[in-house]
Design a protein around this ligand. Sequence first.
Ligand SMILES: Cc1ncc(COP(=O)(O)O)c(C=O)c1O
Length: 291
Amino acid sequence: MALKILLNGKLVGEKDAKISVFDHGLLYGDGVFEGIRAYSGKVFKLKEHIDRLYDSARYIMLKIPVSKRKMSEDILKTLRANSLKDAYIRVVVTRGVGDLGLDPIKCPQATYFVIADRIALYPREFYEKGLKICTVSTRRNLPEALNPRVKSLNYLNNILAKIEGNIRGVPEALMLNNSGFVAECTGDNVFIVKNGEIRTPPASVGVLEGITQATVIELAKKFRIKVRREIFTRYCLFTADECFLSGTAAEIVPVIEVDNRKIADGRPGSITKKLMLEFRKVVKRSGTSIY
Ligand SMILES: Cc1ncc(COP(=O)(O)O)c(C=O)c1O
């Protein structure tokens, strides 16, 4: 069934949801976005996603043409228009139409759109057996160049890493920062567990501040598991008791092998499994009601 897309505040059919070839989102990757999930009729962490979207826009001096409240309503409206309860939502704001030069001053009006679609879930096997990942040679963007905290339309850094992962035949690729510290995967944050404590890199390493990552930290605290936001190298990864990734699309997914080395016994760890179970409960009982 054709989807209804919200484009610049109006619902249109999928075929009519078109933007100009002069839009700088397309010409230069000049824009920001969010990926959000809805579970059982509720949007998970809507406020957090909206706040991050507006912060990303502020960083690139992009004025989003509607208020946060209107954007939240537009997201709910798009879900309702498509009768969705469980969904993946993509919100995109571009610099808008300009000329062929890159100057954003020449783009008077930002373009925004919301797509809400059925969620394509990752294979069950990923969650039951865990993932094999590898470290790639593409380094995560320098925060001084394009800060990875910005969820910008410029994902080529991550895509180059993904291509390396594809060549090596693994579903996720791990990037280091320019100093060789563990940063994040192409679309997920990374966690390790050692001696009952959790570690995940801080934003200063140069990573996206994940909303799922923050949720994992909340859940861990509830279980009285210590979480340290500290930089670490691959030494800690290779010698970890457990490893897992977090992200809106992936949720929490165990990692059982890095660079052909097994993590501990090569099976999803007990703390990872506990957090996965709790996460699934939390997403169903909290969030902003769609209907
Ligand atoms: C590069 C990157 N890191 C981490 C994440 C996980 O962030 P979140 O949990 O907010 O989806 C994402 C996904 O949005 C991402 O693209």
